[in-house]
Design a protein around this ligand. Structure first.
Ligand SMILES: [Zn+2]
Length: 172
């Protein structure tokens, strides 16, 4: 069951949930209290987000984009060790080419070489499928929340608004 919040200032609904910004709001987020924003009067207030069904500000879709890459990787799990090439990467997982035999649902620790001179990114992942296309891994939760992975994915993604804004007409 969900309830609709109304703005405590102007009593209108259509309130949007925001992201925590101030230290106080970050602390509040730990107990499921989120900042809300009223588009009618711009009032900002904190409220419990539990049992509230509200549209959130648009989520950054780049987090879910699959990007074509070519990264060396090694992986290990149980007695199996292997290496291969990552062909496709997203925050949720990756597709690799490898000669090593793996099975669906096997869990491995992957080490992805993100760049020369950088420590490999270590992430636990489960084999989702094995096909002619390659081995599809799904990152376990810690990997999906990895800040380093996010930074890497975002850096590989063209069309970053923060970089291209105000530069209309730059030749590609
Ligand atoms: Zn309001």
């Amino acid at each position: 069951m969900s309830r609709q919040l109304t703005c405590p200032q102007c009593q209108k609904d259509g309130v949007l949930r925001g992201r925590p910004q101030s230290p106080r709001e970050h602390v509040a987020a730990l107990v499921f209290v989120s900042p809300f924003h009223c588009p009618s009067c711009s009032h900002r207030f904190l409220a419990s987000r539990l049992r509230v069904n509200h549209p959130q500000y648009p989520i950054d879709r780049r987090e879910h984009l699959r990007i074509p890459v070519r990264l060396y990787l090694s992986f290990s799990g149980g007695k199996v060790r292997g290496e291969g090439t990552v062909l496709d990467l997203s925050m949720g997982g990756c597709i690799i080419k490898s000669e090593t035999r793996v099975h669906t649902d096997d869990i491995f620790y992957l080490q992805l070489s993100l760049g020369e001179g950088e420590l490999p990114l270590e992430v636990a992942a489960m084999v989702r499928s094995v096909s002619a296309r390659g081995i599809a891994f799904k990152f376990l939760r810690a990997g999906q929340e990895s800040k380093r992975l996010l930074a890497f994915v975002q850096a590989q993604t063209p069309d970053q608004p923060d970089k291209s804004s105000g530069k209309v007409g730059v030749a590609a």
